[in-house]
Write a protein that binds this ligand. Structure first.
Ligand code: SAM
Length: 262
């Protein structure tokens, strides 16, 4: 049966952030990549191992990074709008013996108390709101949740790199508890709105399981920097990836490091 969510009145993201997306995108296949991500975050966010520093994982999904960070000795607070993902994150981290505090909330409205010593927003969770001003509220939520002097990393797409090697179709196949799932993403850029429009189709055994449409605000790195500054942050650096390389026109990814002024 096909579950077509395009005409429902429910918030668009409720059916989109489902088990199929979790299994094909959020479950990390490569544990060494997770550890390298945690190393990178610790380095740029000035986190000392075992310090118990309080770290905000804004839009934490199923806790794919919250758990491994907690295992390094941090007091991690994961926030995600999806109650189902938060429930799964709690279950998975506790099964792995990791202690993490998860909250189901809209990150734009949420404020951590007490404030966190550092924070991050990972893997293109920023930009799905309808306008740039709406999107900035998520960064304002991060700003409010951090202590003065704290660092924050925003990981999303670099418009320049996305356009340079534009992929109209991406197919991902994953072995999941439901069997082999094929996810096909067809993308186009709407030049009038500057948004990346994607249709996500999931199939198993030749049967269509679900179809979702998404619309993501695309940004050049300097626009992400301006968004962070509008929220009160001061931008410190731009990276192309977790190897810490400098950004170029060819990099599809952009990680912006910013600080809440002391
Ligand atoms: C692509 S996933 C990334 C999840 C996680 N950061 C990771 O690296 O696995 C995007 C996540 O952002 C969450 N998200 C998007 N907008 C949000 C909002 N306004 N408040 C809280 N969570 C949000 C979604 O529910 C989803 O779990």
């Amino acid at each position: 049966m096909t579950l077509d969510t395009r005409n429902t009145k429910e918030a668009w993201w409720v059916p989109f952030y489902d088990d199929l997306l979790a299994e094909t995108l959020l479950v990390r296949e490569d544990p060494t990549e997770v550890e390298a991500t945690v190393d990178f975050l610790m380095r740029i966010l000035e986190l000392a191992p075992g310090s118990g520093q309080r770290v905000l994982d804004q839009c934490c999904g199923i806790g794919s990074l919250s758990g491994p960070l907690a295992a390094r000795g941090f007091d991690v607070l994961g926030v995600d709008q999806s109650a189902a993902y938060v429930e799964r994150a709690r279950r998975d981290t506790s099964a792995a013996g990791q202690r993490v505090n998860f909250v189901a909330a809209d990150a734009s409205a949420f404020t951590a108390e007490p404030a966190c010593d550092a924070g991050f927003n990972w893997w293109t969770s920023y930009g799905y709101a309808p306008t740039r001003e709406h999107n900035r509220n998520m960064l304002r939520g991060a700003f409010r949740s951090l202590a003065p002097g704290a660092l924050f990393a925003l990981d999303t797409m670099n418009l320049a790199g996305v356009l340079r090697a534009f992929q109209e179709e991406v197919v991902v196949q994953r072995e999941t508890p439901r069997g082999l799932i094929t996810m096909t993403r067809r993308s186009r850029v709407d030049l009038a709105s500057g948004r990346l429009l994607k249709r996500w189709t999931y199939e198993a055994d030749g049967e269509q399981l679900a179809v979702h449409d998404t619309s993501l605000m695309l940004s050049m790195p300097h626009e992400l920097g301006a968004d962070l500054e509008a929220a009160g942050f001061r931008v410190e650096a731009y990276f192309a990836g977790i190897d810490g390389a400098s950004l170029t026109l060819d990099d599809p990814r952009c990680i912006v490091l910013a600080r809440r002024p002391a």
